[in-house]
Design a binder for this molecule. Structure first.
Ligand code: KIV
Length: 260
């Protein structure tokens, strides 16, 4: 897949699937899957590093995670998040940050919102860097908007629709729609000719994305309404480690087969 293939998928009415990934081991597994794209999300700050928001993700952190994922991804399409404020300090600084992440192996970059950094999006796309937008709930704006469903009123819904059109005009190749009402996501999907990738935005989007650990059922603290775990990952991991612990304590591990 490439950014161009995402556009083609929309024209062909073929649904797109994406998952987040932050490390080499999971990237290796994803390289064997049929998923269309991998997002090295700034949610790494929360999922991997235990912070309570994405705000502490830095360009250097995203570079390290991107390099690890690209090493394992076997050529899968990799998009990396530009972290908090890295595209808000002027075009030159944003291009420097983008350069680091593209050099790390990302094939496209995702930026939250559009107002105030239109020039950055335009310059990136004109420079051959595919840009994915991100509208609706924008975790990097948690202090301004909180973690809540966006676009419920006709005014805020119209605003998100406008921003989606602007992203298309600026040359974005796709847009993530996070936590907005399903009918609004459906309208935006019909209105723009770039693929919409939903998370908590209903089934009317051109594709869906989930945090890998959420879809694997590994998150024991909190499960948003929009998540469906496709595996009891937490149960499997905790159970496997308990089995290991029991085998060690019973003296049955290691057995002859695991000994030299
Ligand atoms: O960082 C992330 O995980 C994301 C997804 C929620 C789309 O941006």
């Amino acid at each position: 897949m490439s950014a161009a293939d995402f556009s083609q998928a929309k024209r062909d009415r073929r649904k797109l699937s994406m998952v987040t990934c932050y490390d080499y081991s999971f990237a290796r597994l994803l390289s064997k899957s049929t998923v269309d794209g991998i997002l090295v999300g700034d949610s790494a700050a929360m999922v991997v590093h235990g912070h309570n928001s994405t705000l502490s993700a830095s360009v250097d952190l995203m570079r390290l995670h991107t390099e690890a994922v690209v090493r394992g991804a076997g050529g899968k399409f990799v998009v990396t998040d530009m972290p908090f404020l890295s595209y808000r300090k002027g075009v030159a600084a944003a291009l420097d940050s983008a350069h680091v992440l593209i050099n790390a192996g990302a094939q496209a970059l995702k930026l939250e919102g559009v107002d105030g950094h239109e020039d950055v999006i335009e310059r990136l796309t004109q420079s051959g860097v595919p840009v994915m937008g991100h509208l609706g709930l924008q975790p990097q704006s948690v202090h301004a908007s909180g973690y809540r469903v966006q676009g419920r009123s006709s005014e805020t819904g119209a605003e998100i629709r406008r921003q989606a059109r602007v992203l298309q005009e600026l040359g974005a190749f796709a847009v993530v729609l996070e936590c907005i009402p399903a009918p609004l996501a459906h309208e935006i999907t019909a209105e723009v000719n770039i693929p919409t990738i939903g998370i908590g935005a209903g089934s009317g989007c051109d594709g869906q994305i989930l945090v890998l650990q959420d879809l694997l059922g590994m998150n024991i603290d909190f499960q948003p309404k929009f998540v469906r775990p496709f595996l009891d990952g937490a149960g499997s991991v905790i159970g496997a480690v308990a089995n290991f612990d029991a085998a060690v304590k019973a003296g049955s591990f290691p057995a002859l087969e695991q000994s030299y």
